[in-house]
Structure formats: C-alpha cells, structure tokens
Design a protein around this ligand. Structure first.
Ligand code: ANZ
Ligand code: ZN
Length: 828
C-alpha cells in the first residue's frame, strides 16, 4: 500500500468497483427483511450544496449500515424536476427549461456519484419526463372520477412578482415563500383537490406516527386545525337570506351585538345592494383585496370595518344586530362570517370600543361574581351564563351543548367541526409543470382527456415571458384540440399542476420505475412500503408531508396500495450553518462540496458532516473540524501502513491463548467500540458519538505505534481491531473502509460484509459502583474504573453535591477504602 493517503485515486477506484459489482442494485426478495431508506429528492437547481451532502450522508450511513445488517435495502435517488426556477432561469439566461433542467441533473448526478453515495441508479426518477408525469395526469383523472378534483372560483394568494398563485402554506409572514415579496388576493378559476375529505383521518392517524418528530406532528395538527363548535344561522332583515356563522362560544350568543363578514364573502354584495352604504362597502372591499396579507391580517394591523346598513336577527333572542364587514374575518375559515361578542372576545372588544358598539356581559367568572364595570378588557374564559334568558345560570360548557341542541331542534343551527385545512389549489399559470388533462368544449363543457390518450405532452415550442397567464395559451399546437366527446374544436386546459403533486407519490415510483401500464404495481409497493426511514428538512413538515399522506390515503382507497401512511419513521436533519447563518451562496458564506472533494476527498467531507453534531441539530461549519476529520483518516492510514505487512500472515485465533495484558485491553476496547457504534447508529442515529468512539479506539491502537517487536497475541489483537475499524467505518467513510479491508488481506468488499458483532465476554464492565459512606451511613454512589486508587475515589466523591453536603464544615478524621466496593469517610 502507498505511504500517502491518496484519496482521489482511491475513491474513484472503489466507486468503480461498487458500480461494476452493482452492490446497490436491489430487487424484491420475498422473505428477506427489507429496509426502505430515503432522502427527500432534490430540486435540480444546478449544483449540490452542503445541505444536500449532509442529508445524503445521513441516509447513506443508515443504508449501508442496514445492508451490512442483512437487510434488503432500497436506497434510490431522483429529481424534483418541474417548477418555477427552471422557467425563471429560462427567461434570465435564454435557455429552455427542459435543457436547463436536464443539464443540471447531469451535473448534479456526477457530483453525487463523486461523493460515492450508494444509490440504486437503475431506479432514478425524473419528474419532468412524460414517463413520470403521465401518472400525475392519471392520478388527476382518478381524483376527478371520484369527485375529489373539482373546479372552483376562489380568491387565492397571488404573488405579483412571481405571477403565480400561492397555497396558504406558501405564504410566509405575508410574503411569498420564494421571493419574499408581499402577497395579495385575486380571484381565479382553478382546480382543487379535496384534501379536506381526508381531514379527520389525516389528523387521527398522526397519533400512530410514533416515529415522527413531535414537532412535525404538532405542526401538522395546527395546520389541519380542527375546532369543535356550532354553526348558527342569522336571518337577514328585509331579505330572503341567511348568514351562517361558525362559533366555538355559542354560550356567549346573548352577548352578540353585531355580525361581521369577510371582505370576500359572496353574500356581501346582496346585503348592501341599494343601501346608502353600498358604495362605502364596495370601496372598503376593493381596498382590502388590494392589500397584502400582512397588511390585512397580522396582529399589529388595526382592526377596521364598515357598517353595511343591514341588520340580522339573533335567533336566540330575536334581537336586531348590525352587519359589518371588517378586516379581521377571514373567508378561508369557518363560514367567513362571525357573531361578535365584545364582552368576551378581545378582538371584538377592541372593535366595539372603536366604533361605539354595545359591550354586553353574558358570562361571569365562577368564583367572584363581579368584574370591573365598565369592562377594561374582554373576559374570555368560561364561566356562568348571565343575561341569557332561560340559559342563565348554566356553566359555559353545559350551555354550549344545550344551546346547540336547542338551535338544532329549532332548525337554525347545529354542531359543527371546522378545519383550517383547505382544499388544495393545484392550478399554476405556468409552463414547466404537468399539463392538467382536461379539455374545454363549448357544447360538452369540461371533458377529461381519455386515459388511453395520456400523456398530454408538454410542448417544447413555447414563448416564455415570465408574466401573465400560462405560456401554454400561446402555443396553438397544444391549445387547439378536438373534443374527445363530440369531436368539435375545443381547447385544452393551459394551467399546469403544482409540483407538490410530483413529490406526493414519487417514492412509490422508485419501487417500479419502468412500469408502463400503471404508476407502479401493488405487489412491489406493498413489499417496500412504508418507507422505513425518510430524511429531510423541517421545512417540509407540512406541505409535502401532508400532501403525500393525502395521496397515500387516496391510493389506498382506489386499491393501489395496502397502507395509507407512506412513512414509518421521519427524521428531520438540522441545517448547515457558517458564521452564524444558514450556509448559502447568496449569503456569501458557502463552502462548496466541489472544493471539499478537491482538497480532502469525499470520505472526509462525509465524515465531517456526520461527526460535527448529532444529525437532528444544526451543524456549525468549521474549517478546523474538516481538517480534524482529514487528520483522523490520515492517522488511521499511518497505523495501517505501519502494520500492514506484519499483519498479512497473522491468523486471528485467540482460542487457548492466555492473552497478555496489552492484547486483552485492546481486545476489550475493540469490542466495546463495536458495541457502542452499533447502538449509537441503530438506536439514535447518533453518528457523531459513534465516530468519536472509533477515534478512541484508534488512540488505543496508537499505544502500539511507537513500539517495535510484538507478541503474536498482540498482533492478532491489532489485526482484529483494524479489521473491526474497516467495517465500522463503512457507513461514514466507505471508500477508506474498502481500502483498509483490502490492505489487511480481507476478501470481498467491506460494504458487502456482515456488520461486526461484539463478543459479549469482552464487554465485561471495566467500571465498578463504589458505595460512599459518611460515618458508616450510605450517602452516595459513584462509578469509577475498576482498580481506582483511594485518592481518585475520594476526589470523585467530593465532586458529588450530596456527599459534599455531608462533609461541609466537618473535619475528616479517617478514610477507609475497600477497593472497588466501598469508601467510608469518618468526620467530626
Ligand atoms: C363568537 C365568539 C365569542 C367567539 C367569544 C370567540 C369568543 P378557533 O378556536 O380558532 O376555531 N371565527 C370564526 N370564523 C372566523 C373567521 N372566518 N375569521 C375570523 N374569526 C373567525 O376560533 C373560532 C372562533 O373564531 C369563533 O368563535 C369566532 O369567534 C372566530 F367570546 O364566535 B367566536
Ligand atoms: Zn364537446
């Protein structure tokens, strides 16, 4: 072997061997336990960054570990290749989104391969190819057939600068999640997927996702936002019209002194029509809709509104209350109208103060029976009903049941569950997406493209200007078709699908990537699924990770798969940080994987990204840390170089040999390391402590480095130890591990070996529990290495808070030590 650690040459050599021997190619092997290990597929933006490296290093470590444990491991990779950046790049650099994307994929695939990640590339999935997106279209048709895809007109979030509709979750603090600029509302005809059909199940099944991070579960619960309450119908005075409101506090209804509707409420026009306030209402609405979401809905924004001129009748007491339109009511929640109860809701309280509406107390605290009069703020807790007719005297919780039942019996209300989750608007006025497979015919209306005519191919010839409606409207060859029903001239849908559709089921396609008759066959999917480990960023906690759960439930319901939950264990890795900020090109603090590979190689890069912190935490980039990882591998290399020739002919056979001290100590350390590394990876995925343990073992081996002349048992122990390291390093520095194995004369690939198992007899505790007494009474226990001296045990005892307490202010008369068992301190 070479004296120098020449990582470039070495890494390429082993990558070639892996590829030649196809060690990562898998097929369904019935009876063999499977493990599906997956990292979230990247968007092909052009280059791999350190965040990717970290994500894939975690996945690859687990995949290789599980392979060595005897699992049939599926570990695929693909490309989330549709979406807006390709279109923006096309405008900016005058390229075509397709060639831009495919070139990026080629480049990134090379980078990933150079890092040596063990993927089954025969299963690569690229979402922008018709072989893939035809199945998006197929799913759409299935959803349409079952009434789970529908067309509706709705005011949606609109980003002016991206010229695109945004889902609620794509709006962050009122700004566009991509460009950060402010978002406004705009009405559109769009396609929706009825994800709300599964709202309850999506929520309930969160309880069974035991191996998902608590944080993600909470985020999904909030996103689904289930709320139990009541709906109540208020008759509009002088019109044949009712306004439904949703409330969680029907117990306060006798205190409702006005109604408020959202600016987008469809009945608002009718309500103010012909009244003196009509124009003011119109102006208010226009002005609201023009505003960005932050300006409308953030907490700091002042609550404003306008009286419509109409009144509604409170069905509980027949009272007339004014109907207002105001900026604090959202169309997207409940019914888009609320009954305002200023005495018991702070927002309503502020609004009533401002516009001089009555504040009428109808709930009093259970204990003290008075509050400040006049009220200084709303009393928002539950209590006892007052001023509430025959319901007075009830407790809030009883009242809610009774009053809702009363409303139900009298036909003006009911129990109601409201969800924050909204149907998924999937239409995008964009080119680089999956064409929605429907045709508009003057006579037949909306006609689905027949299944046997799929895929509807995205045409190459288009003019992309980056604004206005979908560029497909300006592609006549695409746009003009015959109606599949009546054969008259008709037009295709020109909107394309949200790319979250692509990522909602791509991991099923990996199971059966070449299938031409179905998205995948059920048998293979049922063999691999659910995904045993899915690794990605926390930013996908809601959108992607809810959409894909929705898809799985739908696929289950149409008989495509058995289980409705796609992911067994979810792991969210932390970010890569440098100089206190997320590492990125735009922040100017980026270290590129290319530089790293050039200077240190793939193994060091991977090792560092796993060693520097536990994977769920943020990783603080450190140049010294990288240097340290490199030095570690070089150190192992030197050890190997020194012993390689001497160990060639050493046969490990400890039977019948009395191990000398040094050899036994090393053997113990070796097996303890195997034990610790296995546990750290398997139980907690704490690669950092696993690597640290290997480093300790290497330190132990260095005790032999300076010496010459070894006994046979020592050489055996050294060889055993180095062999173990060559296997333990497979998940972290796989190329290096191969080279080690080869130089130690091992047969076959390190990656193809079984994971080492510790010899339990050698794990025997090296530390003991020592009882500490003060004046003969048990005052504590400490753990110390077997054979520790009296001084050492005494020092450790003094570090113990409780024991220190018993020694405080006393003078020590005598110390009695029974080695490895007991330490008695006599004080006065
Ligand atoms: C009357 C009332 C009295 C309310 C009271 C609260 C306290 P959660 O728990 O989040 O579901 N609300 C209903 N729809 C709304 C909308 N579209 N925009 C803004 N606010 C809306 O909240 C339910 C409560 O939020 C409902 O109960 C309603 O106000 C308000 F002392 O009704 B409540
Ligand atoms: Zn027709």
């Amino acid at each position: 072997m070479k004296e120098q650690y020449e990582f470039q040459e070495l890494e390429i050599k082993w990558q070639k061997r892996w590829e030649d021997e196809k060690i990562f190619k898998v097929s369904e092997t019935p009876g063999k336990k499977e493990f599906y290990c997956l990292e979230m597929l990247p968007y092909p933006s052009g280059r791999i960054h350190m965040g990717h490296v970290r994500n894939y290093s975690i996945g690859d470590a687990m995949a290789r570990f599980k392979m060595m444990q005897g699992y049939n491991v599926l570990h695929p990779m693909g490309w989330d290749a549709l979406g807006m950046p390709a279109e923006n790049a096309a405008i900016k650099h005058k390229t075509h989104p397709k060639s831009w994307t495919l070139n990026n994929i080629d480049h990134m695939r090379k980078q990933i391969k150079r890092l040596g990640f063990g993927y089954d590339w025969s299963r690569e999935v690229t979402t922008c190819l018709p072989e893939y997106y035809r199945w998006n279209q197929w799913f759409f048709l299935k959803l349409l057939e079952r009434g789970l895809a529908y067309r509706g007109r709705r005011a949606v979030n609109w980003c002016k600068s991206c010229q695109t509709v945004l889902a609620n979750e794509q709006v962050e603090d009122g700004g566009c999640w991509r460009c950060g600029r402010s978002v406004t509302k705009r009405e559109f005809n769009q396609w929706f997927l009825k994800i709300t059909h599964y709202a309850e199940e999506l929520l309930q099944e969160l309880d069974h996702l035991q191996s998902w991070p608590e944080r993600v579960i909470t985020m999904q619960q909030n996103w689904i936002g289930r709320s139990e309450g009541s709906s109540v119908s208020f008759q509009v005075e002088g019109l044949d019209k009712k306004i439904d409101i949703f409330t969680t506090r029907i117990d306060t209804i006798f205190g409702s002194t006005f109604l408020v509707m959202a600016a987008e409420h469809p009945d608002l026009k009718v309500i103010s029509r012909g009244l003196p306030a009509e124009q003011r209402v119109q102006e208010f609405v226009t002005q609201q809709l023009r505003k960005s979401l932050v300006d409308r809905f953030s907490e700091e924004v002042e609550k404003v509104g306008v009286f419509t001129g109409r009144y509604a009748i409170n069905p509980f007491n027949g009272e007339r209350i004014p109907i207002w339109v105001a900026n604090f009511v959202l169309m997207e929640y409940g019914t888009g109208a609320v009954m305002s109860v200023p005495a018991h809701d702070q927002r309503d309280f502020d609004f009533a103060k401002k516009y001089g509406m009555e504040i009428r107390q109808v709930i009093r605290p259970e204990s003290e029976d008075q509050i400040d009069i006049p009220m200084k703020r709303a009393f928002i807790e539950d209590g006892i009903l007052i001023n509430s007719g025959s319901f007075s005297g009830l407790r809030s919780d009883e009242a809610r049941g009774k009053m809702t039942r009363y409303a139900k019996e009298n036909g003006f209300g009911n129990f109601e569950v409201s969800y924050r989750l909204k149907d998924w608007g999937i239409s995008r006025q964009r080119y680089w997406g999956t064409p929605i497979p429907v045709i508009y015919c003057q006579d037949c209306g909306i006609v689905p493209v027949p299944e046997n005519e799929l895929p509807v191919i995205l045409p190459d010839q288009v003019v992309i200007e980056g604004y206005g409606s979908s560029p497909l409207e300006r592609a006549p060859g695409f746009l003009n078709v015959k109606c599949p029903k009546c054969e008259k001239a008709a037009k295709r849908e020109t909107d394309t699908m949200d790319t979250f559709i692509d990522s909602s089921w791509y991991f099923y396609r990996y199971c059966d990537p070449l299938n031409q008759n179905a998205p995948f066959s059920r048998d293979v999917a049922d063999y691999w699924f659910p995904i045993d480990l899915y690794i990605g960023g926390i930013e996908h906690a809601t959108m992607h990770l809810i959409y894909c759960r929705f898809f799985a439930k739908f696929m289950r319901d149409i008989g495509l798969i058995r289980y409705g939950e796609p992911v067994q264990k979810l792991f969210t890795q932390g970010m890569v940080i440098r100089f206190g900020q997320k590492m990125s090109k735009s922040k100017g603090n980026e270290v590129t994987p290319d530089e790293m590979i050039e200077r240190y190689g793939a193994d060091t890069t991977r090792l560092f990204s796993l060693f520097a912190s536990p994977p769920e935490r943020d990783l603080e980039w450190s140049d010294q840390g990288v240097e340290g990882s490199f030095r570690f591998l070089s150190r192992v290399w030197r050890l190997l170089y020194k012993f390689e020739k001497r160990l060639k002919d050493v046969n490990i056979d400890f039977s019948g040999i009395e191990a000398g001290d040094n050899a036994l100590k090393l053997r113990r350390k070796t097996h303890q390391t195997i034990f610790k590394v296995t546990g750290d990876i398997d139980r907690r995925m704490h690669f950092n402590t696993a690597i640290a343990a290997i480093m300790e073992l290497v330190n132990e081996l260095y005790l032999f480095y300076e010496r010459e002349g070894f006994s046979m048992v020592e050489l055996m122990a050294i060889k055993e130890s180095l062999q173990a390291i060559s296997l333990l390093l497979v998940p972290f520095a796989p190329h290096f591990a191969e080279e080690m194995r080869e130089s130690l004369g091992g047969k076959g690939l390190a990656n193809g070996q079984s994971w080492p198992v510790a010899d339990e007899r050698l794990l025997e505790e090296e530390s003991v529990l020592i009882v500490i007494q003060v004046n003969g009474k048990l005052r504590g226990k400490i753990v110390a290495p077997r054979g520790s001296s009296a001084e050492y045990v005494f020092t450790r005892a003094q570090e113990d808070d409780r024991i220190r307490l018993f020694l405080a202010g006393k003078s020590i008369v005598k110390k009695i030590y029974i080695p490895d068992k007991l330490f008695n301190i006599v004080v006065r």
